[in-house]
Ligand binder design. Sequence first.
Ligand code: MN
Ligand code: MN
Length: 467
Amino acid sequence: MAEEKKIAQEKRDLLLLNRKNGYDCLSDKKIHKMYEYCEGYKQFLDEGKTERECVSKAVQMAEARGFRPYHRGDSIQAGDKLYRVNRNKGVMLAVIGEETMDKGSRICAAHLDSPRLDLKQKTLYEDKELAYFKTHYYGGVRKYQWVSIPLELRGIVILKDGSSRTISIGGAENDPVFTVSDLLPHLAAEQSKKPLGEAIAAEQLNLLVGSRPFKDDEGAERVKLAILDLLFEKYGMIEEDFLSAELMAVPAMNAKDVGLDRSMIGAYGHDDRVCAYASLQALLDIQTPKHTAVCMLADKEEVGSMGVTGMKSMAFDTFMSDLCDAQNLPLRACFEKSYCLSADVTAAFDPNYPEVFERNNSAYLNYGICMSKYTGSRGKSGASDASAEVIAFMRKILNDNQIVWQTAELGKTDQGGGGTVAAYLADRDIDTLDAGVPVLSMHSPFEVVSKLDCYMAYEASVAVYGS
Ligand code: MN
Ligand code: MN
């Protein structure tokens, strides 16, 4: 009997796909490293609440590790650490490998933009002696989540003379914050009957920015005037300067440990800074790789990856082509042999809302980096659908490096869906696979990830660069 039981157990170990909680797989030493890594990540989140801020921070981190800007025509050598900023909103970094560019590169591509409330161009107005900024939401925002919470204002303004002013109000300890008001329950009878998606209208997402009238003034819009006066004092800006500005309201909360055991991180912008930080930090930490390692941090993923700073932009091809030209090799030879990890978040199974998930094919917190063969919606519409070979390559890398990993789809089939930058890299003739960190409350002002999964994304990036 004992012998039979043993055989059954051996068969189980051999045959069954048996994923384990990451905490049952990792050494205490690794868990300690993972907590340390997450401290750096939380700081990155607090400093980088816009794509521009993330780019500055990434450049600062890279320069501290010996990276330098790459200019077209510069020669390249194995071990060179290079970067190129794309219009202050995206950045591409590379560590030149021992093999020539025609042997392909190892790419981790993530995005730096997150859903938020952008200020409209003609933004400042006064109503009943209260001053507001009109906003236009950016990306997949559930509008009801953005009212009655403290918001910060971040971004830049280019003044008439061409000089630019960086604006960041609400992050420092004694800074004022902003908010969008909501109805009191006493008067919300009608609003409460509306479907969640309609209860707050886009044009109600108006940011409260002031209430004190300009002193001794008897004209109209005295509160608006007083706000403009404050902005003039502090930034030298006038109302017309809003037209050449990019200002955004983002949650005024810093990253926090979640849970009594501090095993999770709650913050704004995990999507996709959790993967961007992992891809970046991994590139900074690697030694000279066999194949040239490239970290691509793009903008505009949340609105479709278009535009000069999105993943569809030629800026990526130009950077890669410049590196290939330095070795007199064609870009297409590099791309067709390259491998790309499209590093983006996925939805974590949420026991509060099990009905939207298919349990066998969901991502779970603490089960490691999650590979998604395809994203998209309905019949895989919009998906790049990585091949069996492309998954096998990644599966081997992850297993060889003892990285905790899982696979999933985003929710039940026909429930909804999502996309990433994967398709745009695959379009370039690059084998590409989606993989990333599972997130609870994705796209909300306070998204939650597990520290273990964050660290596994980092280790997976290191392993891809080194493959
Ligand atoms: Mn994303
Ligand atoms: Mn997203």
